[in-house]
Design a protein around this ligand. Structure first.
Ligand SMILES: [Fe+2]
Ligand SMILES: [Fe+2]
Length: 222
């Protein structure tokens, strides 16, 4: 029976070396292809494949590769935040979100392969960069860490809405995955706000947008 990925380990019960190994395991599981099996079924599972032209397929694969890269970064951000979270409830909330993000990651990867392409070859770079940003903002304190998550999820929702505009109307399988992801990203953002997220300065928000743009423009192609 295939192993389904589910984060049930409480990091606080682990020794420092076990934490390090657990973190390395999360990183490898995220950037390795194929990713492990998702904990929840792919929302596109019961939807029939539709006929797409070669151009539509390649465009949809590019957009789903961008989404997959975003999910690699989301894994790293949440794991990075959780590693340095001061409050146990917040750490658990972040691990829960990371588990949902892992499903998004696996669903995107499945869709990219169905479209005949591969995930971004730069996944280790997306992971390392986002992990560092997650841990660095977490070190400033939980309210900033939550603020960073709330703003990230806001930007991700806007980005996914733009992909729903850009994906071929016929590509129902990609669309239902993106819709499900967008709903859950909104919930992650709302949970972060409810847990006490601080509002980030405008310059930081702008910087986050620029960083995301570099990643999304690159991952569309490689
Ligand atoms: Fe996600
Ligand atoms: Fe999310």
């Amino acid at each position: 029976m295939p192993v389904r990925y589910n984060q049930t380990v409480n990091n606080r019960q682990l020794s420092p070396i076990d934490r390090l190994l657990s973190g390395a395991n999360d990183a490898l599981r995220t950037v390795a292809a194929p990713a492990g099996r998702p904990a929840r079924d792919n929302p596109a599972e019961s939807i029939a494949e539709t006929e797409l032209s070669a151009t539509q397929k390649s465009h949809a694969a590019g957009l789903m590769r961008v989404n997959h890269a975003g999910e690699v970064a989301a894994q790293a951000l949440y794991r990075g935040h959780a590693t340095v979270a001061r409050n146990e409830a917040i750490e658990q909330q972040m691990q829960h979100a990371a588990a949902e993000e892992f499903d998004h990651l696996a669903w995107c990867e499945q869709r990219i392969r169905e479209l005949g392409e591969e995930p971004s070859r730069l996944s280790p770079i997306w992971y390392a960069g986002a992990y560092a940003i997650g841990a660095a903002s977490g070190i400033l304190g939980d309210k900033w860490s939550l603020g960073f998550i709330a703003e990230t999820e806001r930007q991700v929702c806007a980005h996914l809405d733009s992909h729903l505009d850009g994906l071929p109307a016929e590509d129902t399988r990609s669309r239902v995955i993106v819709e499900k992801m967008r709903d859950e990203e909104a919930e992650h953002g709302e949970s972060a706000v409810a847990a006490g997220a601080a509002e980030l300065p405008d310059t930081v928000k702008k910087l986050m947008q620029i960083t995301a743009k570099v990643m999304t423009r690159t991952a569309y192609w490689v």
